[in-house]
Design a protein around this ligand. Sequence first.
Ligand SMILES: Cc1ncc(COP(=O)(O)O)c(C=O)c1O
Length: 394
Amino acid sequence: MNKVNLKPEIEQMPAEPDWAQIRTHFPVLEKKTYLNSCAYGALATDVTAALQRYINDRQEKGTDWHYWIERNDAVRNSVADFLGARPDEVAVTASASAGINSIASALNFNEGRNKVVISDFEFPTNAQIWYAQELRGANVVKVREKDGYIPLEHFEQAIDEETLIVAVTQVCFRNGARLDIPAIAEIAKQKGALFLVDGYQGFGTLDFDVHQAGVDFAVGGMLKYLLGTAGIGFLYVREKLIERLVPTVTGWFAQKDIFAMNTSGYDPSLTARRFEMGTPPVPSCYAAEAGLKILKGVGMAAIEDRIRELTGAIISEAKRAGYSLAVPEDPARRGALVTLRTHDEFALVEYLDSQGIITSSRFDNLRVSPHFYNNQDDIDSLFRALHRQKHLLI
Ligand SMILES: Cc1ncc(COP(=O)(O)O)c(C=O)c1O
């Protein structure tokens, strides 16, 4: 392994972030114009060092289960702090899908309510898992979009007294549109339905407090804007719901006493740990802890402002050039993901890649997703390249 470059900790930085200095913590930015944080976040030197620490610990400690559990709990504490939740309300999972599945497994669709409301904006996993529940008695209803957005009235029409749970994304992975989560959560509450938000495309770009937003459940993962890596996600469960929900998808790390080694029964934890399953994603825990520490050090308010500035600059330049946006222009209706309509998404992404500019695409849309570590030079490089391929843009 290469020697890890331990630069000064980002968490010690002054209130007004030094964006140029922050960039030096993300080596990929020296080689690439990296605008694909909606897929993976750029890898920070502190996260590299944390992964290296995992290896060092294995080599130096041999076995230490309790230290591994501490790493899992460190992520739980950081996620709780990040979401404005209590640590007992957070499960550290292997993916966002694992969290959604655990909640689904605890619901009974055969007594009273059985309707599940999702939307046209879902990432596939949050649709597929709920459709799978139709095998257990659920009735999935999808709220439709209109002209690239889903008006609140569409949710008002779909959510009713039959609705057991509303499960929707915060920011749409294909066009970048952002839903008004507190408003939809309030509609669900008025109808007596549960509410789950998939915040994977929003967390790390927007200041979000689960209690203020009024959500019952929130899932996310560490690979994108939270600066960690793959193989780890989290689930927030509102405290009052925890004991009412008994997951039937489970494992030894979900038990009240992990090391009781009970083979004669099921004794779920009294905290949100009951929504966990097997051995924690330990290497990913090291990375996640480091990634969340960076975000806390820079500050979510500053990050949100910075992203709004960068996405605003991308949208202005796209409009000036006459390119067609797939994302809503209103900053309240979008997150960090800006999307442009294309005639050939794959040719455009491939061309940009050949120019050292990393983007991605979905459903004919070019996805440009800056994070706080990007700057105006990145945007200028992107548009110089796009202007050379005008024919691929609508
Ligand atoms: C909105 C959203 N939800 C969920 C996921 C993936 O979740 P998982 O951790 O289950 O792979 C993604 C990944 O791209 C996503 O964009």
